[in-house]
Design a protein around this ligand. Structure first.
Ligand SMILES: Cc1cc2nc3c(=O)[nH]c(=O)nc-3n(C[C@H](O)[C@H](O)[C@H](O)COP(=O)(O)OP(=O)(O)OC[C@H]3O[C@@H](n4cnc5c(N)ncnc54)[C@H](O)[C@@H]3O)c2cc1C
Ligand code: SF4
Length: 328
């Protein structure tokens, strides 16, 4: 690991001001991703700005929305009584992620910003990887493709985004509040991530030095139900090969306002608007869903090593729908 300067701050403006004069600096939250990347030489910041004293740990619900501070720990959010009661999908997605020890340390903001698990990106030995060093090539094209994305990819990179929580948040139409030098903005999480076209090293639209302050989730109609289903190689703790977050409103014996996001298949949580429209008004017994699910990932461009993800996505969404609708 290379030497770096460490500083702990208690005010957002101070953190942002330090980053402004340390362009190769990084914010440190739980450190469960950043420190591993630093040890392996993937990230080499010259300045670590520890943001753990910033006042971003709240978990609050009012009549319009749930607000979760970016520094709230995954375990605090999953265990919060109001989250378990009003947004059980969030608890499910967090409990499907990592181990209890990691969830105690990892923050919400850091979870959304964790880097891809593509083995070439994370390799201790430097190998061609356009996400790590733009222009160097992509080792996965002739290598291990099992965990890679099948949709939203480009010729330069096919890495998948690894967060479970982000998938549930995108299905819930969540937003992120961001604070930078002299500006704040709110962005739909669905628009926060970007495809690896011109800048494969940039996963999000976050500007240099900008902080994630909080995540905002709209209130749900009381008839809303949801489920998070995840398929992975090991049941203990592994990243998703494919996951699905399903949210729908029960309306008599029909489903309404269906929202579906997939994880493990794209560089970002991947919404399925055509499938959502096709499922609108379908019976909760799921007898009519097979046709709608046929079109899942119709625009996918899988690689030889991850073609299985397309049919797996169909099965995972079906399972999540079954469990959300009570048809299982
Ligand atoms: C063994 C293991 C298994 C795991 N399995 C899963 C899994 O199954 N599913 C899953 O979703 N995740 C999994 N993870 C990933 C884990 O959830 C992330 O490492 C964690 O959420 C990152 O949060 P952190 O607070 O530690 O972030 P850090 O490591 O501190 O930071 C990560 C990045 O975010 C930036 N950052 C952090 N907070 C902010 C902020 N507020 N504003 C701006 N930038 C910020 C940092 O600068 C850094 O670039 C696993 C991790 C481990 C170690
Ligand atoms: S898929 Fe992306 S992250 Fe993986 S080696 Fe290729 S360029 Fe790097």
């Amino acid at each position: 690991m290379r030497p770096f300067h460490y500083e702990r701050v208690s005010e957002p403006v101070k953190a942002i001001a330090i980053r402004a004069v340390a362009p190769n600096g990084r914010y440190l939250a739980g450190g469960t991703d950043l420190l591993t990347l630093m040890k392996d030489g993937v990230e080499c910041p010259d300045h670590l700005i520890d943001i753990n004293d910033l006042p971003f740990r709240h978990i609050e619900l009012d009549s319009d929305e749930l607000r979760i501070g970016a520094l709230a720990r995954l375990s605090d959010v999953a265990d919060a009584e109001l989250v378990r009661r009003e947004y059980p999908l969030l608890t499910q997605s967090i409990e499907a992620a990592a181990s209890a020890q990691v969830r105690n340390a990892a923050s919400i903001g850091g979870n959304l910003l964790q880097r891809t698990r593509c083995p070439y990106f994370r390799s201790e030995t430097v190998v061609p990887c356009n996400k790590r060093t733009p222009g160097s090539g992509c080792s996965a094209i002739r290598g291990d493709q099992r965990t890679l994305a099948v949709v939203g990819t480009s010729a330069v990179c096919s890495a998948a985004h690894p967060s479970d929580l982000a998938v549930a948040l995108v299905a819930l139409d969540a937003h992120v509040r961001l604070e930078g030098a002299g500006s704040t903005r709110t962005v739909a999480l669905r628009q926060f991530y970007q495809t690896p076209d011109t800048a494969p090293d940039q996963d999000t639209i976050l500007r240099p030095g900008e902080l994630i302050v909080e995540i905002v989730v709209p209130r749900l109609d009381p008839r809303t139900v949801g489920h998070y289903a995840k398929v992975r190689d090991r049941a203990s703790f592994s990243f998703a090969l494919v996951s699905a977050a399903v949210v729908l409103r029960r309306d008599g014996d029909q489903m309404r306002n269906v929202r579906i996001a997939l994880g493990g298949v794209a560089p970002m949580p991947w919404r399925l608007p055509a499938v959502e429209r096709a499922l609108e008004g379908t019976g909760l017994d799921l007898r009519g869903v097979a046709g709608a699910l046929e079109t899942i990932l119709a625009d996918a461009r899988p690689l030889p090593g991850n073609q299985f993800k397309v049919s797996l996505a169909r099965a995972v969404v079906h399972r999540a729908l079954q469990l959300a609708a009570g048809a299982a």
